[in-house]
Structures are given as structure tokens and as C-alpha cells.
Design a protein around this ligand. Structure first.
Ligand code: CDP
Ligand code: MG
Length: 158
């Protein structure tokens, strides 16, 4: 089986609620290899680059919902003037699916309680978007694209 890499972000809700450690604990249970990690400041440009492929698609035909997603990942709703997320790269066999399984499905109300999103996620009643604690790449193409956005090659251990 091919060795894959995948991107995880501990989102601003996870950072504010000090869920980074608990989330990483669950990710580590996959026994994949952690090969990249850093605190990143989410600028408007970075947020829009990360979510570029979602704009105008699916639920994001609703422009307001897309702007809530951008504001959310920038930390605007979690009182972080430093706009921090924790970015991680995991590597190993089937890394993309393995991390997705630990993370759970997008809607925290549908996610299994055994998953990070199911255990810790919530729906923001005020704005209608999901505060689901972590991002994980959805497939290999997304993973390659996203790792390239968040990391320079020298920042990942080979
Ligand atoms: O993150 P995931 O790949 O599971 O889902 P996505 O479809 O790629 O959507 C990206 C992110 O948009 C989600 O993780 C949620 O934070 C947000 N989202 C939302 O707030 N409301 C929705 N109805 C769908 C997605
Ligand atoms: Mg996705």
C-alpha cells in the first residue's frame, strides 16, 4: 500500500477550548507518523486559498455561510487576535482515510461519539455553521494541495 500524507488543522474552536492535546491524542491512536507541525496565523488570503474549492459549491451556494466559514477559520468567532491554528501533517499507509476516520464526518451531530468531531464538535446556532474542531484532508489530491498551502517542503520531515 502506498504511503500517504494528509493535513490536519486544529481549528480556532479547538484552540480556544484547549482541545489540541485531546485531538492529537486521538490522532496518535491511528499510529500514523507525525512529520510536520506548526502554529500558523490564518490571514484572509490563507483562509480563502484553503477553502477556495468550496466557494459556491454545495451548502456554500449560500455566500453568507461561506463567509462564516472564512471568519471561523480565521478565529474571528473565537476571540483570537493572533488568528492561530495548529497545522499537522501525518504520514503512513492509508493516512488520508485513517485520519478522516478518527476525525469523523463533517456535521458534529452526525459524527460518531468515538470521533473528535462527534465528541467535541457543535453547531453554531447563531450563524448556522459547524464548529467541528479539526480539519482533515478529504482525499489524496486535497491533501497534496493543502500541505503545499500550509507548509514549505523543508518544514516536513522525510
Ligand atoms: O471538513 P470536511 O471535509 O468534513 O467538510 P467540507 O465539506 O470540506 O466542508 C469544510 C468545512 O466547512 C467543514 O469542516 C465545516 O467547518 C464547514 N461546513 C459548515 O460549516 N456547514 C456545512 N453545512 C458544511 C461545511
Ligand atoms: Mg473537506
Amino acid at each position: 500500500m502506498a504511503i500517504e500524507r494528509t493535513l490536519v488543522l486544529i481549528k480556532p474552536d479547538g484552540m480556544q477550548r484547549h482541545l489540541a492535546g485531546l485531538s492529537i491524542d486521538r490522532l496518535e491512536n491511528t499510529h500514523l507518523e507525525l512529520v510536520g507541525a506548526k502554529i500558523a496565523t490564518v490571514t484572509d488570503k490563507l483562509a480563502r486559498e484553503h477553502y477556495a474549492l468550496l466557494e459556491g459549491k454545495g451548502p456554500f451556494v449560500d455566500k453568507k455561510l461561506f463567509e462564516h466559514l472564512i471568519n471561523f477559520i480565521k478565529g474571528e468567532y473565537h476571540g483570537d487576535p493572533k488568528h492561530r491554528v495548529l497545522a499537522l501533517v501525518y504520514q503512513g499507509e492509508n493516512a488520508v482515510q485513517g485520519i478522516r476516520t478518527a476525525v469523523g464526518v463533517t456535521n458534529p451531530e452526525d459524527a460518531s461519539p468515538d470521533t473528535i468531531r462527534g465528541a467535541f464538535g457543535r453547531i453554531c446556532r447563531k450563524h448556522g455553521y459547524f464548529e467541528n474542531v479539526v480539519h482533515a484532508s478529504g482525499n489524496l489530491e486535497e491533501a497534496a494541495r493543502e500541505i503545499n498551502i500550509w507548509f514549505k517542503p523543508g518544514e516536513i520531515i522525510d
